[in-house]
Design a protein around this ligand. Structure first.
Ligand code: GLU
Length: 339
């Protein structure tokens, strides 16, 4: 098995550290101050109600907040309940809500991938960022404005997702983002809109059973991801890079033995490499949610109502069929659950 002899300067090579906890992101939180000025109302799911972030007790080593104590580590999916209220009319968002702020700013600012075939990629033929995640973000724009094209698609890397949301650089993140309790400590998630799982991509003819792979197998993953944390926790040697296509370059130039991340992302990478094969078994479950700031939970409930509607009226399935069915096969319909 090949070893990564050289890591050029943009790469971070990680020797596995047993029991090391990967703390993803630094964070500044101000929402607790805002919370004091607002009142909660379970009856008005789309009204502005500030979050209590609960995040400033220094529970982790680099200043990031601790995992959300209300999150079940066995199932981080349950999100904020949108209730039974119907969505407000597009273009008429409730006064004082974050949706109204977005309406007034004229576009929904969405952090998306531009290097992930199928989910968020820059189509070289038309210069547009396209994919399933992009369409999911457009559903939110459509519900706010009545026009899904009133959206500013901001290309980001995985490690930018949480800092960008916390800093207010974008209103939502729709970028193959796994819902976890650690992340719930920093940001809000919608309910699950896609069920993914982590796998490994290696060269044709190599071992694809993760349990049989020697621990000196060098696996590439993007930094700031659950994928990197998973391979490190299993004791593999890892190389981290900013984006998933960077991993493909490392793989194709022979500097790593494989790539490990979600089956969705690997499917897009494998489509660009005829000698790549993907493992069968899952290393972990990776349920995707739309990320948003903790400062305006009414927006999270609104997004959940948008997703519920898309799942009910067939829009979700139509998008799946348009973008993913050919590559990923029959859909696993996600189930929205609430706390
Ligand atoms: N689902 C993984 C995560 O959220 C990897 C996805 C990505 O890097 O876009 O960390």
């Amino acid at each position: 098995m090949m070893r990564a002899a050289v890591c050029h300067c943009s790469l971070e090579s990680h020797r596995p550290r047993a029991g090391a906890r990967r703390v993803l992101l630094p964070l500044l939180v101000v929402s607790a101050l805002l919370a004091a000025a607002c009142t909660a109302s379970a009856d008005e799911p789309f009204q502005s109600v500030s979050a209590v972030s609960g995040s400033d007790d220094g529970g982790t080593t680099d200043g990031a907040p601790p995992p959300d104590p209300n999150c079940d580590p066995d199932d981080a999916r349950p999100s904020r309940d949108p209730g039974n209220e119907t969505l407000p009319t597009p273009g008429n968002m409730p006064e004082g809500s974050y949706m109204r702020t977005i309406q007034d700013q004229g576009v929904l600012r969405a952090g998306v991938a531009q290097d992930t075939l199928l989910f968020g990629f820059l189509n070289p033929k038309n210069g547009e960022i396209e994919g399933f995640d992009v369409e999911i973000a457009k559903l939110v724009a459509e519900a706010i404005f009545g026009d899904g094209e009133q959206i500013d698609l901001i290309p980001i890397q995985s490690a930018d997702r949480i800092p960008g949301l916390v800093a207010g650089d974008f209103d939502v993140v729709a970028k193959t983002m796994t819902i976890t309790c650690t992340r719930w400590g920093s940001i809000d998630f919608s309910g699950v809109y896609f069920e993914s799982g982590q796998k490994v991509l290696v060269r044709e003819g190599e071992e694809t059973d993760i349990d049989q792979m020697p621990l000196d197998t060098v696996l590439c993953a993007a930094s700031g991801t659950t994928s990197l944390a998973e391979i490190e926790s299993r004791g593999f040697e890892s190389v981290s890079v900013p984006g998933w296509t960077d991993c493909l370059v490392e793989f194709q130039q022979g500097r790593v033995d494989g790539i490990s991340t979600d089956d969705t992302i690997l499917a897009g990478l494998a489509a660009q490499d005829p000698f790549a094969v993907i493992s069968e078994e899952l290393l972990s479950e990776e349920p995707y949610g739309i990320g948003s700031s903790k400062d305006h939970p009414e927006f999270t409930r609104f997004i959940n109502a948008v997703l519920a509607q898309a799942l009910e009226n067939g829009t979700w399935e139509a998008l799946y069929n348009e973008w993913l069915a050919e590559t990923l096969g029959n859909p696993e319909i996600p189930e929205l659950t609430y706390r």
